[in-house]
Every structure is written in structure tokens, then in C-alpha cells.
Unconditional design. Structure first.
Length: 253
């Protein structure tokens, strides 16, 4: 039986083979199947051809299991649009997005229950709901089994330092505290793939440490993480690969 270190090395090697293949490098002998697959995805805004603004052009991307992928790009490059397509919030005008063969359009419910999504900014919270009520509500929406919800709520509170704020309403939280709550919500149902849009916003040093711990815990459970942010920022996690979104296409750095 392989040791923990040997197993980690084998996983890392396999993940790298998938990463190289999706970036156009020669493929290795074998690689685990991608958790999420984007095939020739194009997204534009505007109905009439002459007024269309094309954000993404024929993007193909494989997200392997147990890997943290960073996608950088300048403001307005299309990072948020890409994540919304991956989360099934937007539909591609062309191409497909799938998780384990499940289509974001044809298998909506089963597709969505495998995703944890942190949108950019500080939206998505109900002003008069408490921190604990947010977690309880989200666990129900995310189909966490009823008998598992109390433990999931307590884990979220503990992991992001929200224990002392459990009974405080969201409107009375600071920006950094709201970001911690939003991260706890994204991870509460232990998603198979975690999509993060500028997750370090408003976090202090402790918040960044908890963000890093949360991502590493997800990876330890076999999840995949896609992290979008401008290039050049110091980050609390190590990335397995770095990609750049530029001129509507994703390429390796």
C-alpha cells in the first residue's frame, strides 16, 4: 500500500499531465478524468452581430481532480464571465460545460449541487439573517442531508472564525467578516469543484490564513479549485498551474 507521501506525489503527477494536455502540451501516458470540462466555449453579449461584444472565444479547459488552477487577467478580460459559465449561471452561446459528463444545461440540478461558487464583491447575503441562519439556509438549498446539517454549520463557523458572530445579522458585519461568511457558504456542502472570484477581497491576515486553510482542506477531500484574480497578487495558497485569460482565450503562463 502506498504511503501518504507517495499517494500525494502520484496525484500531483497525474494532475500535471492533465494540466499540460489542456494547455496544448504533449499528453502523458495516462491522466485522471477531468472534473469539469469546457469544450469550445464562446460567450458574447448583444443580439445583433454588428453590436456583439465577444468575451470568450472557443475556450477549452479541463479541470483535473485535486488541483488548484489560477486564472489571471486584467480588469474586463472576462474572468467573472468565465466563472459564471463554469457555475452554470450563464449559458454559453457556443460550446459546452460539463461536470463528470453532466451538462450545465441538461442536468441543471445535479450539475449545480457539485459546485461551490464565490462571486466577486460582497453580495449574496440577506441583511437581517444571522450568520448561523445563512449557513443553515444554504445547507438546505445545497441538498446537505438533514442529519448532517448541524455539523456542516458548526464546521463553517469554526473554519472561518465566525463562532462569536453566529447570532449577529449580516448587516452588522464588517466587509471582512462578510467575506468570511461568503467563503463558509461556498464550502459548506463540500463541493466537488470550488470556483472563487477574487476571494481575498477585504480579508485581513487572519482571514487570508483561513481562506488558505479552507482551500487546502477542500483539496485534501479531492475537490478541485479554480481561482480567478488579477495576476501579481500574493496568494495564501500554492497553485498547481497558472493560466491567463487574454483576448477572449485562456493560455498557459
Amino acid at each position: 500500500m502506498a504511503t501518504g507521501a507517495e499517494t500525494a506525489q502520484m496525484l500531483h503527477t497525474s494532475d500535471r499531465q492533465v494540466a499540460d494536455r489542456s494547455a496544448g502540451a504533449p499528453s502523458g501516458e495516462s491522466a485522471p478524468p477531468a472534473v469539469m470540462q469546457l469544450d469550445n466555449v464562446t460567450r458574447y453579449f448583444g443580439r445583433r452581430a454588428k453590436h456583439r461584444h465577444v468575451v470568450l472565444r472557443n475556450v477549452s479547459l479541463a479541470v483535473p481532480p485535486g488541483e488548484v488552477t489560477h486564472i489571471g487577467g486584467s480588469n474586463g478580460a472576462g474572468k467573472t464571465t468565465l466563472l459564471r459559465l463554469m457555475a452554470g449561471i450563464l449559458r454559453p452561446n457556443e460550446g459546452t460545460v460539463s461536470i463528470g459528463g453532466l451538462s450545465s444545461e441538461r442536468s441543471w440540478r445535479d450539475f449545480h449541487r457539485q459546485i461551490g461558487f464565490l462571486s466577486a464583491g460582497d453580495r449574496g447575503l440577506y441583511a437581517r439573517l444571522t450568520v448561523r441562519a445563512h449557513l443553515e439556509y444554504w445547507c438546505a438549498l445545497a441538498f446537505v442531508a438533514p442529519e448532517q446539517r448541524p455539523a456542516s454549520v458548526e464546521e463553517g463557523l469554526s473554519s472561518f472564525g465566525l463562532d462569536g458572530l453566529a447570532d449577529r445579522r449580516a448587516e452588522r458585519l464588517s466587509q471582512g467578516q462578510r467575506q468570511r461568511l461568503r467563503l463558509a457558504l461556498a464550502l459548506a456542502h463540500r463541493p466537488r469543484i470550488l470556483l472563487l472570484d477574487e476571494p481575498r477581497n477585504s480579508l485581513d491576515a487572519e482571514g487570508l490564513e483561513r481562506l488558505g486553510s479552507g482551500v487546502r482542506a477542500a483539496i485534501g477531500r479531492g475537490a478541485s479549485v479554480v481561482w480567478c484574480s488579477p495576476p501579481g497578487e500574493d496568494q495564501p495558497v500554492a497553485f498547481d498551474r497558472r493560466l491567463l485569460l487574454e483576448d477572449g482565450q485562456v493560455r498557459p503562463l
